[in-house]
Design a protein around this ligand. Structure first.
Ligand SMILES: [Zn+2]
Length: 168
């Protein structure tokens, strides 16, 4: 339904006053500068059909630079942006985008899983007081000694989450 597509597009763009890059022509962020177009390309390249819900959620996720979001946070943003999705759909979409390599999962603990729009290798600080995940700027942070890996296996990735709390 083309009408629905257009109205959804417009309502999301209008709701996002805090994203001047999407409005100002000439100021081009990464990729082509049109998040809507980029999300479409990104989904297609990953072999995912650009459904209305994937487009809307992808726009919220990828339209604002590198971010760390939980499913609940994205669900709240979607609700505020008047995107009609359920929390279950948000979970499914996040998992599909992760499987497609467009997002990286960062598991802080059993109750908190973040989705990172930056899929390059990097580690995180977790600020326990405000439940916030922050990139560790040094990409060369390494373990002093890697553990022995069982025969037939190789290390796929090392995720380091350094938990921080405010000093008392
Ligand atoms: Zn990150």
């Amino acid at each position: 339904m083309p009408d629905v597509e257009i109205s959804l597009d417009a309502s999301i763009l209008n709701d996002d006053a805090a994203h001047p890059a999407a409005r100002a022509p000439g100021h081009q962020p990464a990729l082509t500068g049109c998040p809507w177009h980029d999300v479409n390309e990104m989904l297609q390249a990953a072999g995912l059909r650009p459904t209305r819900q994937r487009m809307a959620l992808g726009w919220l996720l990828f339209g604002k630079g590198a971010r760390h979001l939980t499913a609940e946070m994205l669900y709240e943003e979607a609700t505020l942006a008047k995107v009609p999705v359920s929390l279950a759909t948000v979970y499914n979409t996040l998992n599909q985008l992760t499987d497609a390599g467009l997002l990286r999962q960062v598991i802080v603990d059993v109750t908190k899983t973040y989705f990172d729009t930056n899929v390059t290798a990097h580690h995180h600080f977790y600020l326990e007081n405000n439940h916030e995940l922050v990139d560790i700027p040094d990409p060369h942070l390494v373990l002093q000694k890697m553990p022995e890996v069982p025969e037939g296996y190789e290390i796929a990735r090392v995720d380091m989450v350094v938990r921080l709390r405010k000093k008392r």
